[in-house]
Design a protein around this ligand. Structure first.
Ligand code: ATP
Ligand code: MG
Length: 440
């Protein structure tokens, strides 16, 4: 992508409305734009990162055996009347009427709708277990939307829903998502700690929140510090192994970890003092097992091996991609801007032409841009007429992991500079060496 033809509205000034660093950097880098309170457009740079986050989420959901579908944002109130949540949900639900005066709502979550899909076609235990998910916008009329897309009113959620014949089966489904979440957050460059959590309006009795430690987090959390070094389940994890997944779950729940709602002071104090971590955290995922809470009122049942009908045991599993993007920035930035982990960086490399219009600089940059693009790299080429200082500041701000810098003096010697955004280390090398490094 040539920067001269891209749309990346960089802000020079620090936006006054931004209270936390991720919000400030997302606005300054031209990733998002607020359209009305708590409702955001994702501009091209932001959209690229969000897509990469969603790709990782999707790959790990699929690996764990979940199946993707797409459900609408608008739902009929009838389904929610069946489950009893239409009245219970309160003011966070955006209620709408269509032209026939039928009550509709903008979905804050999808338990009812997915249960309706399930009951319409699944009739036998032989079709279980089943886990259906989608990545879709949600709306919750939050009383205090803030921190940009960290807590917005319209936001994206990956929500998965599992269906099993028995409680034991449902626990295995829960453990699959538990392990998938550990892998997902790790691939996003984050250390998320599962903490015992309150089930809230979703209901049920087994629940974990996945929390990233960050000073700007909204939750107060308490845990054993050893979680920070625990091993993540590998790509070869057997998601069909009941014992294997139970072992992962047991290990990751063996030490104390709880959010403030579930905090047990006495239990925490039993942790040796030097091992206690009391910090602030950002909730990036939340999983629940809630048994037959929806299947009973909505009549979602299957025939079991005993020939009798059984209400299915369900769980739901949420991740917030539009919250994860700022959470990654909270975890990875410096005074000059964002430092993207390679897995979600909007571009792999930025090529900086220090003197656009200079023939040798232009030729060198075009050569590198073409070679890396051909090799499948996603390259941003800063071919604009801006001053070199402005280009360096922009490249640092948007956090692309590698910068290839072509200035007239080096280019005259057939050389360019490669800068690592994270460490700041710079290396001078020949043009061929630079190309080979990234093509290899
Ligand atoms: P919170 O406690 O932060 O209000 P929640 O417990 O209501 O969140 P869940 O229903 O568990 O949220 O939703 C699943 C995931 O969706 C959360 O873990 C979070 O990542 C994301 N999410 C929830 N609400 C928002 C929001 N207002 N803005 C952005 N992401 C959100
Ligand atoms: Mg939650």
């Amino acid at each position: 992508m040539r920067l001269s033809r891209f749309f990346m509205p960089i802000l020079k000034e620090n936006p006054k409305e931004a209270e936390i660093v991720s919000h400030r950097l997302m606005l300054r880098a031209g990733m998002i734009r607020q359209q009305s309170q708590g409702i955001y457009s994702w501009l091209p740079l932001g959209k690229k990162v969000l897509d990469k986050v969603n790709t990782i989420i999707r790959e790990e959901q699929n690996r764990a055996g979940a199946i993707e579908l797409s459900m609408p944002t608008l739902q009929s109130a009838e389904l929610w009347q069946e489950s009893g949540r239409y009245d219970a949900y309160g003011k966070e639900m955006l209620r709408i009427k269509d032209r026939q005066d039928r009550p509709m709502l903008y979905g804050p979550t999808n338990e009812e709708m997915v249960t309706d899909i399930f009951r319409s076609s699944v009739k036998s235990y032989k079709d279980l277990p089943l886990n259906l998910y989608h990545i879709q916008l949600k709306f919750r009329d939050e009383i205090r939307p803030r921190f940009g897309t960290m807590r917005s009113r319209e936001f994206m959620m990956k929500d998965a829903y599992s269906f099993d014949l028995t409680r034991e089966g449902a626990e295995h489904s829960y453990n699959k998502m538990f392990a998938a979440y550990l892998r997902t957050f790790d691939r996003l460059g984050l250390r998320a700690i599962p903490m015992r959590a309150d089930t809230g309006p979703i209901g049920g009795n087994l629940s974990h929140e996945f929390i990233i430690l960050a000073d700007t987090g909204e939750s107060e959390v308490f845990c054993h510090k050893d979680f920070v070094g625990f091993d993540i389940p590998g790509a070869n994890t057997d998601f069909d192994s009941v014992e294997g997944l139970k072992a992962i779950f047991d290990k990751w729940t063996s030490l104390y970890a709880a959010t403030s709602e579930m905090h047990d002071e006495a239990a925490f104090n039993a942790v040796p003092e030097g091992d206690r971590l009391s910090a602030r955290g950002i909730e990036v995922g939340h999983i629940f097992y809630f048994g037959t809470k929806y299947s009973e009122p909505m009549g979602a049942k299957v025939q079991g091996p005993d020939g009798k009908e059984h209400f299915v045991h369900m769980g739901s599993y949420g991740i917030g991609p539009t919250r994860l993007v700022p959470a990654i920035i909270e975890a990875s930035h410096d005074e000059n801007g964002i430092i993207w982990p390679a897995s979600v960086a909007p571009f792999d490399v930025v090529v900086i032409n220090m003197k656009a219009g200079d023939e040798a600089c232009d030729d060198t940059c075009e050569l590198i841009y073409a070679a890396l693009t051909k090799a499948g790299k996603d390259v941003l080429y800063d071919d604009t007429g801006d001053r070199a200082g402005t280009k360096f500041a922009t490249a640092d701000l948007i956090g692309v992991p590698v910068q290839i810098i072509a200035g007239p003096r080096a280019v005259a010697n057939g050389e360019i500079e490669v800068k690592d955004r994270k460490t700041g280390a710079r290396e001078t090398m020949t043009i061929e060496a630079a190309i080979n490094r990234f093509v290899a």
